[in-house]
Write a new protein. Sequence first.
Lengths: 259, 259
Amino acid sequence: MLSQNQVKHITALGIKKYREEYLQFIAEGHKLVTELINSDFTVAGIYASAEWLVANLPMIRQKNIPVFETLPREMERISALATASPVLAVVDIPGLTPAPPGVNPATGLILALDDIRDPGNLGTIIRIADWFGIGTVLCSESCVDQYNPKVVQATMGSIARVRVTRCSLPETLSTLDGYPVYGAFLEGESIYDQPLTGQGVIVIGNESRGISQELEPFISRKISIPSYGNSLSGKAESLNASVATAIICAEFRRKGINN
Amino acid sequence: MLSQNQVKHITALGIKKYREEYLQFIAEGHKLVTELINSDFTVAGIYASAEWLVANLPMIRQKNIPVFETLPREMERISALATASPVLAVVDIPGLTPAPPGVNPATGLILALDDIRDPGNLGTIIRIADWFGIGTVLCSESCVDQYNPKVVQATMGSIARVRVTRCSLPETLSTLDGYPVYGAFLEGESIYDQPLTGQGVIVIGNESRGISQELEPFISRKISIPSYGNSLSGKAESLNASVATAIICAEFRRKGINN
């Protein structure tokens, strides 16, 4: 049986204010929880069904994580999902750590997100970064919180591997003098006509307003995804932010592999 | 003032059973509603604020659409969105019409979706098809209903232009003998090593299980998006279904443009 205080603490972590107060977030489901357990994150507690605990005991013991057997009706109370899964982890939000290899634009690609508001988009972008081996995602301070439960779930475990950092983008980009900063615009040069390399920063703008004006001075190349619409019937005006990110990252990697 | 019956009718259209009974669906927001008004769809009624009606009167008059001035508190009752917009349209579900140009794999690309369950994914895929000039999306009968309000909203208006047809995929694919049928797999040949053309069918599978076994015999080429993970830290196991669709469609179009 969980105590009232435990239930209150865990459900509070659905709210940003309390995540910032307790410096913890929640993650649910077998895949996501096991990836976090086996990552650099510190898992503060596991709330799970008896079956899950029995099946995963060696892993939990090895990591010395406090576990709490949780009944299905208790899982329903603490879960942020429509349908609770058999396991929920409370995870510590890491403090600022020295930049790992890959943060430096001299040695790789960085994604910089300007005011991404939709939790599903941010989570999906973190998953895309992971797929394409981009180790660092910079988020403007106006982006949705990366520890929002919907973001964490949408990463499908990639949050355990991709370093997501909130910062002032103008400040950070101003320190990257000499590296290419690519900005995704509806009106830019085709990504297929650009000499994209494996170095630099890719800036992705807000879902409806695109890249903010204050960032434009830092953009060295405006890039675009060509559309292929039938001019008779009109066409989509834009692509979803995470979809655009995926196409751009794929093209950077294709050029890197094939050229 | 809307009548109780109007409110009941509109809210019922959030449920598949009633959409199939009334052969109508709802769409909300200025952009989506105006794109539907200016499309081949028949808009059966517009429910909007006085301001919206005044601003858009010429368009509505021209199309002879019944309009109902709706108070904000009434909009909240009929809306399927978290925050109601100033306009909601009730739209007739079209009957089967002769296939428009582009349905034939001899003259273009077709997307075939096998068991896509997430409404956001289906809506985003319809938007991607529109961007890349793919006029036809075939959905297996197990896919989420394309007239589900969440799907309609996620298309951002592209549902007005892309023909979405539910059918038995094995039956339909078996009639397309002689055309390439590409299937997206985690283990396939790299899309970058394939002679992709502007003709054929691209099959996208379920979010967690991929392409079903019963479709495999119809697939002539298994294709894959190369990942670029850091082998030390592991990597994402897969990409979201709509993200994978976007990268594949972009590569088909790139090859078509540049080769």
